[in-house]
Design a protein around this ligand. Structure first.
Ligand code: ADP
Ligand code: MG
Length: 247
């Protein structure tokens, strides 16, 4: 039995700016992410990686082409649908984006409480359990400022995974960490993703972590120029040229 992809992107284009300032940022993107798969996306700064992540995460509206999340079309989706989609996604960013005035447990608990009704006692125990899973059982009541970069990113992982989302989007999650902490963080994400059967789309510049990927894709100048599962190798200039002919 073939399972429905978590994400299916078809001929997706995206533009920033208006009138003469309008620029095409994403060109004819095609990408499939299957359940439980760890996808690593590489590519130079400015190549469109964050833009693509924000579209997949329902943080921006799809302008052109098709983007399906668990079979639901995001092109033309309303805000309420996008909120539903976002509930099924965990986000991890380069800066951990933790709230400094909340403890580790409270930061995770906030994500739990955004979900459907759960009693305060259950929300607390769920948050504590998740922090134990990421190895922060002793730091449950600590505040982010008193923790290391790696520990903060582990709180962010706990927060992203506590609701067992279908997909985690991680935008350069190890960029602010030293080599060993970065490695520990991605290995933890890999372990949890396999246990929970969560898919991960992880953007990184760090070639040393490519080995954790099931699937590697590379962006260049708004185009997906390499996909290890489809064995496509394109040059961004060709993709852009072909695309302009088809308009
Ligand atoms: P990456 O994550 O690969 O560095 P981005 O998706 O952030 O790439 O950016 C792709 C391109 O789009 C860059 O040229 C960037 O300057 C531009 N860009 C990003 N966000 C915006 C925005 N909100 N408005 C206009 N241009 C943007
Ligand atoms: Mg980026």
């Amino acid at each position: 039995m073939t399972q429905e992809p978590v994400v299916s992107v078809n001929n997706l284009n995206h533009y920033y700016g208006k009138g003469s300032l309008k620029r095409q940022i994403l060109v004819d993107i095609n990408l499939v992410i299957n359940p439980g798969e760890i996808v690593i996306m590489t590519g130079p700064s400015g190549s469109g990686k964050t833009t693509l992540l924000s579209l997949i995460g329902g943080l921006r509206s799809v302008q052109q082409g098709s983007l399906k999340f668990l079979g639901i079309e995001l092109f033309g989706a309303g805000q309420a649908e996008l909120v539903q989609i976002r509930r099924n996604i965990g986000f991890i960013f380069q800066a951990h984006n933790l709230l400094g005035f909340l403890s580790a447990r409270q930061n995770v608990q906030m994500a739990v409480e955004l979900q459907d009704t759960i009693s305060p006692a259950d929300a607390i125990s769920k948050s504590k359990n998740m922090l134990e899973v990421v190895g922060l059982g002793k730091s449950i009541d600590c505040y982010p400022d008193n923790l290391s970069g790696g520990q903060k990113q582990r709180i962010a992982i706990a927060r992203a995974l506590v609701n067992h989302p279908s997909l985690v989007l991680a935008d350069e999650p190890t960029a602010a960490l030293d080599k060993q902490s970065g490695r520990d963080v991605v290995e933890l994400m890999q372990k949890l993703a396999k246990e929970q059967r969560t898919s991960i789309l992880l953007v990184t510049h760090d070639n040393r972590i490519l080995d954790i990927a099931d699937h590697i894709v590379e962006m260049e100048d708004g185009c997906l120029v390499h996909d290890s599962q489809r064995e496509i190798i394109n040059h961004a200039s060709e993709v852009r040229n072909n695309h302009s002919y088809s308009l």
